[in-house]
Design a protein around this ligand. Sequence first.
Ligand code: NAP
Ligand code: MN
Length: 266
Amino acid sequence: MKVSIFGNNGPASMKVSRALKAGLTAAGITIDSLDPDIVVTVGGDGTLLSAFHHYNDRLDHVRFVGIHTGHLGFYTDWRDYEVQELIKSLIEDNGQSVSYPLLNIKVEYADGTHPDEALALNESTIKKVSGTMVADVYIKGELFESFRGDGLCLSTPTGSTAYNKSVGGAVLSPHFDAVQMAEIASINNLVFRTLGSPLIIPADEWVRIEPAAAADNILMCDQLAIEGRPIKAITYQIAKQRISFAEYRHTHFWQRVESSFIGRDR
Ligand code: NAP
Ligand code: MN
């Protein structure tokens, strides 16, 4: 088995990465950042998002494990003081995994250049830098609404606790194969009307957003901006690919939500 250690540059993460590397090497496990079977991230959810984008062309044979060196994360359920226990689990690995849905993003450009496709683990947002974003929203090929406001956020179930939650979206169990669309400050009055609440579509439906021409929109894919060229349309649907995590132990999703947002035990 080949393991990649993908850590952030904080002192706490670098210390954990060194201990992990020493422990795995002593156990005869190969460290390989080019062609790993398992990617261990050390940092926070943001670090795991970066690792996901780094290895997103190998999702069919890579499993992720996240160690958090800050607060408990959604994708990072090992604590920094559990490194030895994790090394033991990696040595005894028998391929156990759990997978979650991803968001497929197809971007068509106004200049007719080749469309881009990308995958998001958390979400993709389309926002306007200044002024109101104006866009037509189609669901499954039918015009649904004409949106005016700051922007729209399309998220995966595991991303539903991130940006989506901040803009009033629902927290969605990752057992659903679904995409959620949440509005960011929509204008609703006698002239302009949108649904005004988040909506959730199943795997066989898609959302297409056509921004008004020449709008200086920013398109985000997790923490990365797909900026520059004017966008003709963006199509969102659940991706064929999924992300797999090495499941050495199970943290219940709702337990994770409770400990991150409610924290009764503190
Ligand atoms: P960041 O600014 O560090 O992220 C913002 C916060 O979101 C951090 O506390 C991060 O945890 C947390 N987070 C990331 N994914 C999450 C998830 N699936 N569920 C719950 N919390 C999650 O930037 P980043 O670390 O590069 O992460 C990028 C993500 O930040 C974006 O995908 C977006 O979802 C989120 N974001 C949120 C807002 C907002 O809520 N207003 C604005 C911009 C971006 P860690 O500290 O463990 O990294
Ligand atoms: Mn972060």
